[in-house]
Design a protein around this ligand. Structure first.
Ligand code: PMP
Length: 391
């Protein structure tokens, strides 16, 4: 039977630099020892106290259909968190609870874009962005950023791309670059959105992982609350990746339509997961800081190790669980470097090319293994880069 064009063309096709990742996984499956610095997942699991809350809720009977928009108490909790952290008055009516940030990205684009609309996103980008946009029938358009600008978008480039577009997707703290957008960049983005009447979809799933600077939610900038859809998630902030719990925050009218979308797609998020999220959010910043602490430590370790050499240039590492390293000094592409590093040293990193063409000649290192192993891997990586440059 013929499958729809939409489903068969969801991804752009091609290898996109993911070969090294699959090769590392195959080596591990074959019993080889590989240090994996590829995927953005914590090396700790969900805290036992959160699991206890989940268990108590499930055993207490919260296993039936939950309210499709999210439980009142979770929507209120998320709304209060956003009001407190951004200063934007936010209520339950501004929040839809979704099965993770990914589902929220899909829903937000559904709300913003008609079939055939142009949806902008910035290159380098998180892997699912273009496919998510294609999935709702819109046309993804990558806007390049440059390594020498710390991958921050520039007004002239964004402005030119924005003509005729409907939405712009941004992500700060950023995956894959680890960059946190400063206020000037957020203000520039807000200006471009207002000038071109764009929806802004702001992916803020790493908002609790800030090592330098501050997280600015663009929804808090003047005139932006009515055109911004914020994507949030429990995955990164609370090490709850497998629980699939996130949200879209935005204008009430958009949320009311997104509730209808949820009724026809996800039919909500399990009640015991939502109760666990209420508990976790109720623990406030101390728990968030505890979960972020290993990445903060490893980022410092990386700064120390990389300060001892000049060949690898580090993109300012200001947030999220990744380091983006410019390895062009070795004369290799990101893909070549990652493949050779895997073969010679059994260390797996992601080539920058897997996140779009703007990060070619770079590699992304996930800080997701224990401190000692992480420091050793970075030392090896640094030595290896020297050998490649000398070869
Ligand atoms: N946005 C970004 C930038 C991500 O890195 C991820 C997960 N890696 C997501 C969204 C989706 O996360 P989740 O669906 O687990 O909330």
């Amino acid at each position: 039977m013929k499958l729809s064009h939409r489903i068969t063309h969801l991804t752009g096709g091609g290898s996109d630099g993911w070969d090294v990742f699959y090769r590392a996984r195959a080596m591990i499956a074959a019993g080889e020892q590989v240090t994996e610095l590829t995927i953005g997942e914590h090396d700790i699991r969900t805290a036992p106290v959160i699991l206890e809350a989940m268990d108590a809720s499930a055993k207490g009977g919260h296993t039936g259909y939950a309210m499709v928009p999210g439980t009142d108490v979770l929507r209120d909790t998320v709304a209060k968190r956003l009001s407190d952290r951004t200063g934007v008055a936010t209520t339950r009516g501004n929040i839809l609870i979704t099965p993770g940030g990914q589902s929220a990205l899909f829903a937000a684009h559904h709300a913003a874009c008609d079939e055939g609309a142009t949806a902008l996103y910035l290159d380098p980008y998180y892997a699912t962005y273009p496919g998510t946009i294609r999935g709702i029938g819109a046309v993804p358009k990558a806007v390049p950023t440059r390594s020498r600008d710390a991958f921050l978008p520039q007004e002239d480039v964004l402005d030119a791309a924005a003509k005729g577009a409907t939405s712009l997707l941004i992500n700060s703290p950023n995956n894959p670059t680890g960059v946190v957008y400063p206020r000037e960049t957020m203000e520039m983005i807000a200006r471009v959105c207002q000038r071109h009447d764009l929806w802004l979809i702001s992916d803020e799933v790493y908002d609790t992982q800030i090592w330098q600077g501050e997280h600015i939610s663009p929804r808090s900038l003047p005139g932006m609350a009515e055109r911004t859809l914020v994507v949030g998630s429990m995955s990164k902030s609370h090490a709850m990746t497998g629980s699939r719990c996130g949200w879209v925050a935005g204008p009430e009218e958009a949320i009311s339509h997104l509730i209808t979308l949820a009724t026809h797609t996800t039919y909500g998020v399990p009640g015991y997961i939502q109760d666990a999220a209420v508990f976790a959010l109720g623990e406030g910043t101390p728990l968030e800081e505890e979960i972020a602490a290993p990445f903060r430590r490893r980022r410092s370790l990386a700064q120390e190790i990389l300060a001892q050499q000049t060949l690898i240039r580090q993109i300012p590492s200001q947030g999220a669980m990744y380091l983006m390293l410019d390895i062009r000094g070795t004369g290799l592409t990101g893909e070549e470097f990652a493949n050779r590093l895997l073969d010679a040293e059994r260390i797996a990193v992601m080539p920058g090319e897997s996140f779009g063409s703007a990060a070619a000649g770079h590699i992304r290192v996930a800080m997701t293994i224990d401190d000692t192993a992480f420091a050793a891997a970075l030392q090896t990586l640094s030595r290896f880069a020297g050998e490649m440059a000398a070869a």
